[in-house]
Design a protein around this ligand. Sequence first.
Ligand SMILES: NC(=O)c1ccc[n+]([C@@H]2O[C@H](COP(=O)([O-])OP(=O)(O)OC[C@H]3O[C@@H](n4cnc5c(N)ncnc54)[C@H](OP(=O)(O)O)[C@@H]3O)[C@@H](O)[C@H]2O)c1
Length: 309
Amino acid sequence: MKNKSVLITGANIGLGKEVARQLALINETEKIYLGCRNAQKADEAKRELVSLTGRAIFEIVILDVSDPASVSAAVSGMKQPVDALILNAGGQGGKEPLAITSTGMTNIAATNLLGHVVLVDEMIKAGKLNNEVLYVSSEGARGIKGVMKKPNLKSNSVAEFVSVLDGSFSNPKFDGSEAYGYGYIKYIGALWTSANARKYPQIKFISISPGNTSGTAGYDNLPGMTKFLFKYLLAPIVMPLIGMIHSIQKGAARYVEALGNANLKSGMFYGSKDGKVTGAMVEQGTIFPEFRNITFQDNAYEALHSFIK
Ligand SMILES: NC(=O)c1ccc[n+]([C@@H]2O[C@H](COP(=O)([O-])OP(=O)(O)OC[C@H]3O[C@@H](n4cnc5c(N)ncnc54)[C@H](OP(=O)(O)O)[C@@H]3O)[C@@H](O)[C@H]2O)c1
């Protein structure tokens, strides 16, 4: 493994914490930076990870990926370059996914994308990123039959992507049935990652989906009974029986297997096979060819940067 040091965003819980645990169990891993927004939660996760792995290789980096200034400060504070970045923080955008942040993006868009764009740009500019970047996308980016429709965009222009990011795309606005635009946002993230692969050929950029994964805090913001139903009945008991969900260990193992894997090509997005959300991974352009369109990729890149001053 050539990635001796890795920075993981959203590392205090869920997939981010589990991937930190799995990477620490690889002898060649020398340093893991836990990118977290809350110092207390980060301390607890660090203590637990040291005790689980027996390795004191974790360092906390405080950053809020919905706040560009916080990410810039975190990059300035990093004393050493890192070999790999895992852009994992994200999810459904908290209790108010469509609230507009100070940068003009919705909460859900900012959480999954904004700080990651700043992090990549500034790490590269500062010469602090050596080898590779994994952007954590989702099968929602190409649609999941019976669960989430595939993104239905007309032009994939810069303006159309901006309208997804600022929440004006759908009128009335995205709602719970569209997971507040989650699939669209992870689609834009995968396109942006591919644009980076062409812009920075010396660094490997891939998108990866962990697959539908249990044991994370992903269901915590669902309303009352729906949360109860998913978190305690469907996700742990019913969905595994029909191959609709896998364990957090399996979800995080997808990241570990992707890092430094020469079979995965820069600029591509890997996730479950068509119609699946677990199991073997395939390049997602075979399912949704839009991912390979370099004009769409460049438009996503430009749309995202229009929110960064
Ligand atoms: N679980 C799945 O089935 C699944 C499927 C496909 C893709 N994904 C993607 O996988 C990634 C991890 O998801 P998960 O299921 O592990 O979710 P999770 O358990 O909810 O963990 C999300 C992590 O992101 C952090 N985070 C959220 N907003 C942040 C912000 N503004 N700044 C910094 N950190 C922030 C959270 O920190 P706090 O604790 O401070 O909130 C937490 O550490 C997400 O990008 C998600 O979209 C998950």
